[in-house]
Ligand binder design. Structure first.
Ligand code: GLY
Length: 397
């Protein structure tokens, strides 16, 4: 919540137990948001859940409030996150009566595999879990998706708690119940919807995130603003240096707002029959770039930045009111590695066609009518796609 501090004419930003004064140049009033209000994903039946913003040390309080009661808990994490937080999480759980088994898997996309899924099954079954034993994902998108799929499938479904530790996970992948693993044929081809009982977000965990991962997550944050929230985009634009630098005066507001957009979209369209598709803004080209480069060369977020550039050019062709240079200027501030000269545009097109066949559709694009308003279309011509690819990748076709 932003409160006026008349003596110094500045603003006090209240977040959990931490207060910080705003710096010149950042106007959090633009967001008109009160971060003390918990967010929720609202679903049918008793499947709604809270997205709680608080310090990690209060995780077990939130678990009790979500009706996840002490007993055994299987924690899935990775080597990077465990290096920073394993001891703290272990003592926290034990001090509140939990009996944790912490499984630390190798960090990286390769871990979203049948092999590591089976490692979780083996550990869980050898430890004699029962249907009430929760799985707690403590990590980024890879850990969340993998642990969530284990929770969806073990004993026909276990309670699941998400404690996302990367920006991409806090604002996107941990919210909405998409879980799964990769197959040689492509990413996320095996999976299920399995909603968590709780998503617990501590933005302070993001200060230990590698810088490249922060920038990668910003791609999804800007995407959320572009598809649904003009005021948020204007705030990002006005504080872009602080946003890119991960300044503590912007991080909590940024995460809260981006997560609230995701929560709203999945509450209205859980299974991606309509509105949820707009979360794929930048993904038609982005996925193809990721695949054509070879997974791991660009991060997901980096590929999505290129995909958004392409989608913006196409959008502008159909919607003259879209402020293309304004959007490109914000995207241009997010550091991006050099595009390897080996990336071939025909290979990107080929990868796009594989996705298209899988969807049994013509090539589907999410486009922007204007900043803050997106729509889905199958009606983009080949020449426009080629021109957009050449523009996004900075080379002729
Ligand atoms: N990350 C896109 C979705 O959850 O639908």
């Amino acid at each position: 919540m932003a409160q006026r501090d008349t003596a110094s004419n500045s603003y006090l930003v209240v977040f959990g137990n931490q207060d910080s004064r705003r710096l010149p140049g950042i106007d959090n009033r633009m967001l008109l948001q009160d971060r003390s209000k918990p967010l929720a994903v609202n679903l049918s039946g008793d499947r709604s859940y809270a997205i709680v913003f608080d310090e990690l040390d209060r995780l077990t309080v939130a678990m009790r409030q979500a009706n996840v009661r002490p007993g055994k808990v299987l924690v899935i994490t990775d080597t990077n996150v465990a290096g920073h937080y394993r001891g703290r999480l272990d003592s926290l759980l034990k001090s509140d009566g939990w009996d944790p088994l912490i499984l630390t898997l190798p960090a990286g996309e390769m871990t979203k595999s049948p092999k590591h899924l089976h490692a979780i099954y083996n550990a869980a079954l050898a430890w004699k879990i029962d249907r009430q034993t929760p799985i707690l994902a403590f990590g980024g998108g890879v850990v969340g998706d993998l642990a969530g799929y284990a929770a969806a499938t073990l004993l026909r479904g276990l309670p699941f708690v998400q404690v996302p530790t990367s920006l991409i996970a806090q604002v996107d992948s941990a919210i909405g119940g998409k879980t799964g693993i990769n197959h040689e044929e492509g990413k996320n081809l095996i999976g299920a919807f399995h909603q968590p009982k709780l998503v617990f977000v501590d933005p302070k965990l993001l200060y230990t995130l590698p810088r490249r991962e922060w920038h990668s997550g910003l791609a999804e944050v800007v995407k959320h603003a572009l598809i649904r929230d003009e005021a948020f985009f204007a705030w990002i634009e006005s504080s872009i240096n602080h946003v890119v630098a991960r300044h503590p005066d912007v991080v909590p507001d940024l995460v809260y707002r981006a997560a609230s957009i995701k929560a709203g979209v999945v509450s209205r369209d859980e299974k991606e029959h309509g509105e949820r598709m707009i979360l794929n803004f930048g993904h038609t080209v982005g996925h193809a770039v990721e695949k054509a480069l070879g997974y791991g060369v660009f991060t997901h977020g980096e590929a999505i930045i290129l995909g958004m550039r392409a989608a913006i050019l196409i959008s502008r062709r159909f919607n003259r009111g879209l402020e293309q240079s304004r959007v490109e200027s914000v995207l241009g501030q997010i550091p991006l590695p050099k595009i390897p000269p080996t990336l071939s545009l025909p290979e990107v097109r080929e990868a796009m066609n594989t996705d298209k066949k899988r969807d049994r559709s013509s090539l589907r694009f999410v486009l922007l009518k204007r900043v803050g308003a997106a729509y889905v279309t199958n009606d983009v011509g080949e020449a426009d796609i080629d021109a957009a690819l050449a523009h996004a990748l900075g080379r002729p076709f």
